[in-house]
Design a protein around this ligand. Structure first.
Ligand SMILES: *[C@@H]1O[C@H](CO)[C@@H](O)[C@H](O)[C@H]1NC(C)=O
Length: 390
């Protein structure tokens, strides 16, 4: 009997260690990439679920009435000759049975005001919690990722901060009835997060938190700067500038009471681009006149997928460099300047997540890794994270 108890205790502690040591690799999928062309076009069958512990399908929206709204019925649903994106995505679990799938609601383009109105009304909150639970069950996801960008910003109100907590509490109650996962993607910097979140309370209701530690600099700035620097640079002379990096953001969230193991470190599988004012001045902090040229697949000025960046760098006109202070690469050619992450910087971030005891790493987003292996082996950045964290 005593032996049996000893075994049980051993078994339990072994299990809990094993569980807490399993790092998450959370892979967002931007489902509109199915409309890209050439080497940028991805099918759900091109995704490699073995490289992720969680995959998140983006995005669905919210209606005025507090219901989940499918934004692209043709891509997401099987009806009317649709492409059944939800179904194919969830079937990826067959290739990696431990992997969980979530659907993300919100995102930048959905804005903030509808979320603000639903969260601010108790009847709409309950209706939404119920509807979201039913939606997740109906389409057979394992959970929901809340991407309200952001409470109390972009048209929201100060009451959003506590209303978001109430909404998450209600979702948590409903989701617990079916063992569903509830997560959120959150603004990273102190200057943004302190406006939007009651950090201890949202941390209580969420299974884990995807911290969007990127977009620190981009073509909205007058000078070149890094999308996702790990640390500040000596050029950061103001307090605000010194907060625009991964380390400062992670320390802020931890200092406000998020348990480290709930925090999942965001990494960027894309870069941000600038047009230099003067081609001869191409170090970080050089004058820029605006966004860089759009890429052939993503088609948006000011950003490029890592797949576009690595293809571009196969041309001899591109020069790459490494920022020793900020621990990220950059590249330039003529008046075009790109800040991005490569295997080296992603590896360093994965080691950082590990050293800090975080829950793992997240990628935004899987379809702009070099998923075809045009520049080398397939999924180089996602593989680099797996090398360190699993
Ligand atoms: C990371 O941030 C913490 C908290 O602000 C700071 O104490 C530490 O020096 C930073 N690390 C580096 C290498 O800048």
């Amino acid at each position: 009997m005593r032996l049996l108890i000893a075994f049980c205790i051993l078994g339990l502690s072994w299990l809990s260690i094993a569980e807490s040591e399993e790092s998450k690799i959370v892979c967002y999928f931007g489902s509109w990439a199915v409309y890209r062309t050439g080497n940028g076009k991805i099918e759900i069958s091109d995704l490699d679920p073995k490289l992720c512990t969680h995959m998140i399908y983006t995005f669905v929206g919210i209606t005025e009435a507090g219901e989940v709204e499918v934004l692209d019925a043709w891509a997401d649903l099987p009806d009317n000759w649709g492409r059944a994106g939800f179904q194919k995505f969830n079937a990826l679990r067959e290739l990696n049975p431990g992997m969980k799938t979530l659907v993300a609601i919100g995102g930048w383009n959905q804005g903030s005001d509808r979320y603000s109105r639903v969260a601010g009304n108790s009847a709409l909150r309950s209706h939404f919690a119920n509807n979201a639970m039913e939606f997740v069950l109906k389409y057979e996801f394992d959970g929901l990722d809340f991407d309200w960008e952001y409470p109390n910003q972009r048209g929201g109100t100060p009451a959003d901060v506590e209303n978001f907590v109430l909404l998450l509490k209600e979702l948590r109650d409903r989701f617990d009835e079916h063992d569903l996962i509830l997560t959120a993607a959150v603004a990273a910097t102190e200057d943004s997060a302190s406006l939007s979140y009651n950090i201890p309370s949202i941390s209580k209701y969420l299974d884990f938190i995807n911290i969007m530690t990127y977009d620190f600099h981009g073509s909205w700035d007058p000078v070149t700067g890094h999308n996702a620097p790990l640390y500040p640079t000596t050029r950061d002379t103001t307090a605000i500038a010194r907060r625009l990096n991964v380390n400062a953001s992670v320390h802020y969230w931890l200092s406000r009471g998020t348990p480290a193991e709930k925090l999942v470190l965001g990494t960027a599988l894309y870069g941000r681009t600038f047009t230099l004012s003067n081609s001869g001045q191409n170090s970080p902090g050089s004058a820029a006149s605006g966004p860089g040229t759009a890429g052939p697949y993503t088609g948006e000025r000011g950003m490029l997928g890592y797949n576009e960046i690595c293809e571009q760098q196969m041309k001899p006109t591109w020069t790459t460099a490494w920022d020793d202070q900020q621990r990220v690469p950059y590249a330039h050619s003529g008046n075009q300047w790109v800040t991005y992450d490569n295997v080296e910087s992603i590896t360093e971030k994965a080691n950082y997540a590990k050293t800090m005891g975080l829950g793992g790493a997240m990628v935004w987003s899987i379809e702009t890794d070099d998923f075809r292996g045009i520049c080398g082996s397939k999924y180089p950045l996602l593989n680099a994270l797996n090398q360190v964290l699993r």
